[in-house]
Each structure stands twice: as C-alpha cells, then as structure tokens.
Design a protein around this ligand. Sequence first.
Ligand SMILES: [Zn+2]
Length: 212
Amino acid sequence: MMVTQAVDVIDASGHVDPSSPAPGQLEKIRRFVNTLDLEAGSDALTTPAALTAWLAAHDLLSNGAGGTASAAEVAQAVALREAFRAVLITHVQPAQDEPGVPPVPALRELAAGLPIQLAISDDGQVRAEPAADGATGSLTRLLLIAADAATTGTWTRLKVCGADDCRWAFYDRSPTKTGCWCTMSICGSRAKSRSYRRRAKRRPDRVSSEPA
Ligand SMILES: [Zn+2]
C-alpha cells in the first residue's frame, strides 16, 4: 500500500489514517505486520538476510548476536506475522466472522515454541525476556511487546484493515475505538467501492460531497 497522505483520526464510517504510528514499542509490531503489503504484493521478509536486516533496522536484535537468520526462522517470522494479523482482525470484527484458521490457537502455538525466561535486574525488578539470541530472540521480543501492550490497554487498538484485500495494520487513536478501515483514498480500490456502497446505503445525503 502506498501511504501518501494523512487524514483525520477517524471519519464517520470508520476509516482511519493507516500511517498513524502505534505508541512506543507497539509500533514495531505494526511495522512487522506491514512487511507484507497485500495490495502491492510485496513482502519484505522473504530471505534470511532480509529478515535479519529488518530486525536489525528495528532494533530487535540483541547486540547483533546470533548471526544471520535461518530459513526456519524466516518461516517462523512469517507464521508469527500472519498469526498477529489474524488476531488483529478480531480487533475490528469478531473472530467467528472470519473464515480460515482460528486466530488465537495459531498465535498460542507459535508462542509455545519461543523461549522466554525471567530476568532479575540489579534493583530486584522481575521481567520476562527472550532466552535466545538472533531472530528467534527477536520474534520472542515482539511477543513480549504484545504482552506489554495488553497490560497498558493499547493492544486492542492495534488492528488490521477490515478489507480482505488490504489487511494493513493501523493504530486506532479514535476516542470511540471504532476504526475499521484505511482511509478510502489509500485502501484498495475493491474495498473502496465496497465501503462506498455501504456508506451510500447508510448516508445517502453526504456521500457525494466527500472525496473519493
Ligand atoms: Zn485498507
């Protein structure tokens, strides 16, 4: 998806600015999910070198330890990305509306295979951290970011666009938390016409005055 312009936080039909960053570390998950651009057909995580570079660029590799990712880690990263995406769509619409693999078991299964340990800081604070270096450790770090977001209440604001040909991750900053789609000028054209029809049904008096 080409993100070329910012819009208001949310419009009356639930379209939001898809380039609006998530707060703090959660932005890393938003960007991780968006390494696959369904609309453009591009994927930034196709090789071990590409995965390693992406993780390093997002400060997710611990001191560069662990060397280049393996092919298995690329597969694991892609599986985690799509498990995240499947969960994030449930933040827009209930899971029972979504065909295919149930979102939570997929993420649960991946989480079970990622090594986490408890670390005690010098001042006695307990925190969870990855128990591996390299890409596996980085993927674990992403899951821990999701755990933090759940405790701060930001996790359910991280969503993916409800259009099945888009699924771009965005952070819903709207007071009502009702964002469901990318703004119409940015989202896929099929989604655009679909939501246009929906809006036309609902708000026939205002559609003609709004930008496409
Ligand atoms: Zn979209």
